[in-house]
Design a protein around this ligand. Sequence first.
Ligand code: AMP
Length: 397
Amino acid sequence: MAFSKLGLSDPILKAVSELGYTAPTAIQQQAIPIILSGKNLIAAAQTGTGKTASFVLPMIEKLNAAHYGHKLRAKRIRALIITPTRELAVQVESSVSQYGQYLNLTSMAMYGGVDEQPQKQRLLEGVDILVATPGRLLDMAHQRALHFDELEVLVLDEADRMLDMGFIGDINKIIERLPAERQNLLFSATISQDVRYLAKSAISDAVEISVSSNSAATPEIEQWLITVDKDKKSALLSHLIQQQQWQQALIFIETKHGAAKLVSQLEKRGIKAQAIHSGRSQAVREKLLADFKSGELQLLVATGIAARGLDIDELPRVVNYDLPYPSDEYIHRIGRTGRAGSSGEAISLVSKDDFKNLCAIESRLGHIIERREIDGFPVKKVVPVSILNFVPKSKRK
Ligand code: AMP
């Protein structure tokens, strides 16, 4: 299918073609006509599937068509995209500007952790499309720096993630302030019970669609794991980096303390890496992400939240130094590689402590992950093979 068949106008088609997109991905083929028709939508799609364009393209098409004669009033917005993290807000806003570069729409990313004054100043002129994190958004609304009476569209992006991060209260308070008449779009990697509950309170009569992660934009992610004793993990990682001559890897770890420790362990073996986590300033985080994107920085050790929103088309590999819980986080993480036409690999270092998480992940995947052995790293504490229908205690009825 061609982009031109989707009902998007020339300035948008031109921007998309200049970005090198030749055909719409599965989620784009499904979502774009639904959104253009004005319906509400609930979509199960992960990062890497092209989901951002699937809502941004029809949204800007509609806003642009209704633009003529429309004068934005001070502190008013026409579309609101709520994202879980500032990194994702920045990234989505940059997609909005890219896709809308031949249109006259304005956009802004707004998030916490930075001075609010420039953001307030910008809102004074009104903004067509605001991409914001929940806390700062609510704050601005409370301060009357922002009014929602002209809002036409609401997007909840990565809804499952926002719930995991405890934003449900803020989101509900924001939704209460929105005009009843609006289009609602919800995107989530998985549609869990909690997401369904949120969707019910925010969205009525939605069309539901779902794409699997094996869509056009995520061809093949090769997943494999190595079982290893916990105290040998950093030695094994150093060995893999050196022996397999990794060009670039995003290494996930559970805690910020662990991230800093791993960086120094790698350094002792002559391997240069940097750590990104919530304990580092926004400026440092942005610099690290930029260096990693440009390829100047080859190894980035990240806690899950810090790496959220990190979007690199040709990231060859992600490593789970620790296995995450819940299992959806694993899916999010591996979705960082193998994006938009390139292939990628996802490697997990699994010690006996990780066994429960491994069971949950493999149950979620519906298959066991291939195990590989690396010479020189015999395992003392054996990791058993998973039970695929494993249900964590907290979820048992
Ligand atoms: P997302 O799932 O929105 O995070 O997008 C994943 C990546 O796919 C981004 O880097 C987009 O630039 C890219 N992308 C989105 N749509 C397409 C498309 N139709 N063809 C090629 N790449 C795309």
